[in-house]
Design a protein around this ligand. Structure first.
Ligand code: AR6
Length: 181
């Protein structure tokens, strides 16, 4: 894991890292799931492989999750104690409410973490892979939503943007610095 940047926001900390999210020892990692919670490719596939088959049965019991919402399971064989399954929007040009749905997926994940007393939370870059959301725009929404949350709430205390590439980390860093790239 490479730490790219870290800033204090309110009583909390926002950190940008480049890492495989399945290796992080945090209270919860945030999966970029689909609305059936059926598993899939990308980060979802990696999380299910690392957590073991119990994760799929926990997801089946929940049944599904609408776009813009999130659901909590245990982390099973993962080093993370929990998984928050957030469902981001499929990008379809930007005028179908994608920005608001992505912000909602982040906010709902933060709310679940707070409600369950989870202090450290690591987000994957929801919607920026198969779902096609432009990575710079998504990073701006992710950072703005997390910053707004941390500035007036005390839980979670540490929020990590877990980027899978240097390029993704640069987008988050620019957003955290108040710039876009
Ligand atoms: N650790 C951290 N980030 C990762 C990892 C990893 N191990 N693997 C990929 N990423 P995606 P989406 C990054 O496609 O766009 C699935 O099939 C990746 O580089 O995983 O929300 C689901 O079941 C990208 O930046 O999620 C859904 O059907 C980010 O994770 C659908 O894909 C998200 O890419 C969701 O699509």
């Amino acid at each position: 894991m490479t730490i790219i940047d870290e800033i204090a926001v309110g009583q909390g900390t926002a950190r940008i890292v480049v890492a495989d999210i399945t290796t992080l020892e945090v209270d919860a990692i945030v999966n970029a799931a689909n609305s059936r919670l059926a598993g899939g490719g990308g980060v979802d596939g990696a999380i299910h492989r690392a957590a073991g088959p119990e994760l799929a049965s926990a997801c089946r019991k929940i049944g599904g999750c609408p776009t813009g919402e999130a659901r909590l399971t245990a982390g099973f064989a993962l080093p993370a104690r929990h998984v928050i399954h957030a469902v981001g929007p499929v990008w379809s040009g930007g005028s179908a409410g994608e920005d608001a749905l992505l912000a909602s997926a982040y906010r709902e994940s933060l709310a679940l973490a707070a409600a369950n007393d989870l202090r450290s939370l690591a987000f994957s870059a929801i919607s920026t892979g198969v779902y096609g959301f432009p990575a710079d725009r998504a990073a701006g929404i992710a950072v703005d939503t997390v910053r707004a949350w941390l500035s007036d709430r005390s839980q979670p205390q540490t929020v990590i943007f877990c980027c899978f590439s240097e390029e993704s980390a640069r987008h988050h860093q620019a957003a955290l610095a108040g710039k876009r790239n």
